[in-house]
Design a protein around this ligand. Structure first.
Ligand SMILES: Cc1ncc(COP(=O)(O)O)c(C=O)c1O
Length: 403
């Protein structure tokens, strides 16, 4: 038997490689602060569970492929409220934002086609693209610029006859960067001039702490070419529900997306019922979540910037910080923290950033930090990180990069 090149050539997640080490450390009785996880820790609104408990049918039947009509209405109302004019017919319920990404890639690219994407980017993009035989073409961004975009020419020079789309995450994972209006206008002009689709992953829309945030669908000139990827995973701290959405105002594109949705028949009924009930979530939920994450961001940045040799800029959104550490190889350091180091019986787990880059060697000295712990735990975790770096660089590591 022979496995497909499709699966054999797919990269492995560099974060997953560290999990056995974290498990070992926990078995040995150590406390591990998880700064590696991209999953919010705030409670899911109770209305979600109430919605599930209200399920009274005797048969758990298939839902319509595009999603429960009521949920499509709820999503549409949410977008209209946010100034994003989407009707239920312009929306599909998906199995998380992950399936929305898969459908977007499948709808706009054939095998061998290319998608431009600012780098670093969310690791699953590489896995999905690789499984579909799509080439991601990274456009580099840098920690010194807060991962804001380079000038238009950097995108233009990477466009080839096979380029089909530009993929952007706003606010960003792993960067936390929120693009300015000027950056968005530059991208809007680019996709129009080169007749590309714009796959806009906006799953962190509700987590913006600074500046003005806009959705790409707020640009009417882009309506025919934007595929909007979304999810309740982060918005409502409901990662396990597996409910997302894909939206497009172009009916020709929508018709093709419906066909893709039919291949998996339907999304889970009960979770859609829960998601419908989330419509009752009061506005304070988002306000409080935002304040909580903003406080955590500020604690994290202050602590990180006080560690000698660590470099990071204050991100404007999401709940991630991409930081450069004074080490040559952040993956080795992250493994050492779990395997060989503890401070009063505790250590931290980091996400090495090389997995968020396609360009070889980029991100080797960087880590992604998710501030999804309570403030006091974050403060402890950064104390451990600072001490870990001091010990590592004075006893273990070879050459140290300084900044
Ligand atoms: C940028 C981005 N897009 C999409 C997803 C997929 O989320 P889900 O499939 O849980 O909706 C994630 C998850 O971490 C993400 O960070």
């Amino acid at each position: 038997m022979k496995l497909s090149q499709r699966v054999l050539t797919m990269p492995e997640s560099s974060i997953r490689k560290l999990t056995p080490l974290a498990d070992e450390a926990k078995k040995a009785g150590r406390r591990i602060y998880h700064l590696n996880i991209g999953q919010p820790d705030l409670p899911t609104p109770k209305s979600f569970f109430a919605g599930i408990n209200n399920f009274r049918e005797e048969v758990l039947s298939y839902c319509p492929s595009p999603g429960l009509p009521k949920l499509l209405e709820v999503f549409s109302a949410y977008y209209q409220h946010r100034g994003i004019p989407l009707t239920p017919r312009e929306l599909l319920v998906t199995n998380g934002g992950s399936e929305a990404l898969l459908f977007s890639f499948m709808a706009v690219c054939d095998h061998g086609d290319e998608i431009l994407v600012p780098e670093p980017f969310y690791t699953s993009y590489s896995l999905t693209a690789s499984a579909l035989g799509i080439k991601l073409c990274p456009v580099p961004t840098f920690v010194e610029d807060g991962f804001h975009l380079p000038e238009r020419g950097e995108f233009v020079k990477r466009i080839t006859p096979r380029t089909r789309a530009l993929l952007v995450t706003n606010p960003g994972n792993p960067t936390g960067t929120v693009y300015t209006q000027e950056e968005m206008k530059m991208l809007a002009g680019l996709v129009q001039d080169f007749d590309l689709f714009l796959i806009a992953d906006e799953v962190y829309r509700e987590f913006v702490y600074e500046g003005e945030y806009k959705s790409f669908l707020e640009f009417p000139s882009l309506w025919e070419r934007v595929l909007l990827v979304d999810s309740i995973s982060k918005r409502f701290s409901a990662c396990g529900a597996r409910i997302g959405s894909l939206a497009c105002k172009n009916p020709k594109v929508m018709r093709q997306l419906y066909k893709l949705a039919e291949t998996r028949l339907a999304v889970a009924m009960v979770e859609q019922m829960g998601a419908i009930a989330l419509a009752e979530t009061p506005a304070e939920y988002f306000r409080e979540a935002n304040l909580e994450y903003k406080r955590r961001r500020d604690v994290s940045i202050a602590k990180l910037q006080s560690i000698p040799g660590v470099y990071c800029r204050r991100p404007e959104g999401a709940f991630y910080i991409l930081a450069r550490l004074p080490v040559v190889d952040a993956e080795e350091f992250a493994a050492w923290l779990l395997r060989d180091f503890n401070l009063d019986g505790a250590s931290v787990m980091l996400a090495p950033a090389n997995g968020f880059y396609l360009t070889p060697e980029r991100g080797r000295d960087e880590v992604r930090i998710a501030y999804v712990l309570r403030e006091e735990d974050l403060a402890n975790a950064f104390t451990i990180l600072g001490e870990g770096l001091r010990v590592y660089n004075s006893t273990v590591a070879s050459p140290v990069v300084s900044s």
